[in-house]
Design a binder for this molecule. Sequence first.
Ligand SMILES: Nc1ncnc2c1ncn2[C@@H]1O[C@H](COP(=O)(O)OP(=O)(O)O)[C@@H](O)[C@H]1O
Ligand SMILES: [Mg+2]
Length: 254
Amino acid sequence: MATLEIRDLHVTVEAENATKEILKGVDLTVKQGETHAIMGPNGSGKSTLAYSLAGHPKYTVTGGTVTLDGEDVLAMSVDERARAGLFLAMQYPVEVPGVSVSNFLRSSATAIRGEAPKLRTWVKEVKEAMAQLQIDPAFAERNVNEGFSGGEKKRHEILQLELLKPQIAILDETDSGLDVDALRVVSEGVNRVRESGAVGTLLITHYTRILRYIKPDYVHVFASGRIAESGGAELADKLEDEGYEAYVKGGVSA
Ligand SMILES: Nc1ncnc2c1ncn2[C@@H]1O[C@H](COP(=O)(O)OP(=O)(O)O)[C@@H](O)[C@H]1O
Ligand SMILES: [Mg+2]
């Protein structure tokens, strides 16, 4: 069972010629098979956590540790993290001009599996996954994220998730910009991957509505760069009713 362990993680970012500490001691353990929701107000550092785990160069880790099955994630390159089984679906996915979805998926799968997937089974796999996510087959020939609508970007992220089968999936605001139908299709995709039992999921979200479709085992409230409270699914209901006000008082400018 793969385990992602985050201990006392501190992260800074360069902003307007000043170094700003965004993450101020994050502690979190995610095991394969578990779903953790991270919820919190805008600007609390949720995406910073996701980017830091992915190894984005803009974010500097100044303290703490991140391990996957005891291996030091922070010492790994971005590629090595992916090969070790970490997957990140970003809040704002980037365009990859000149690279088709089809080529992108195949080279990602090749990198992660350590060998090129057999063409016959691969084509079938991709077709099935696309059909389940209600993605038009013509989509495969488009350049990654170029001119994609918000919904298309999110479906493409979940398509990657289904095909790459990571050990730990970090999904940053996968629900943002989705209408109810797209939210359902995307959530079903995440649930299919979860039901395989082999993935640990870190679901980052500002709103509780995606949690109607994807039931978390644990809910964490993120405020001012750290986890302020942890609980079960019922904590999300409390947040739905009461909002984040209790957590941000006096801390919002920190
Ligand atoms: N690349 C960056 N450059 C400058 N400031 C950043 C950068 N990334 C994040 N921040 C700042 O860090 C804080 C947390 O942002 P973020 O992690 O995006 O929060 P959330 O995802 O919870 O809304 C914000 O004040 C934001 O302006
Ligand atoms: Mg964010």
